[in-house]
Design a protein. Sequence first.
Length: 134
Amino acid sequence: MALRPCRPAASLLARVLPEPRSGGEVDVLSGGRLGFATVSSGGVLNISSGGSAANIIVSSGGAMNLAGTTTSNVTVSSGGSETVSSGGIASGTTIVGGTLEITSGGSDGGKATFAASTGSSYWMRPLSAEPSQE
């Protein structure tokens, strides 16, 4: 099941229901905004370039994919994951036992924090195709 929200005006805060649960998927497109949502087991939240999200909880088995935009107040609980790809900025992410993966070109905005003694943060950078000629 894929829910695709309409494109609201930039100043409008859109809440898409139902929230992504048990295999559901929500895509926030350019110009769209999502606030106050929980991504549960099997759920996927995709935030495209130009879209935004705030006050999101990614719980066990849930996944959030962020590309080319900024999010704030995201909590990644144990068993949940957030992946930030090129151009994405995960500003204000709190890792509570979950995983934050930042691929090449993505950023945590300098504001990712760990709120528990468990959890992971991965920074992925591509390997150079050819060795350095120094």
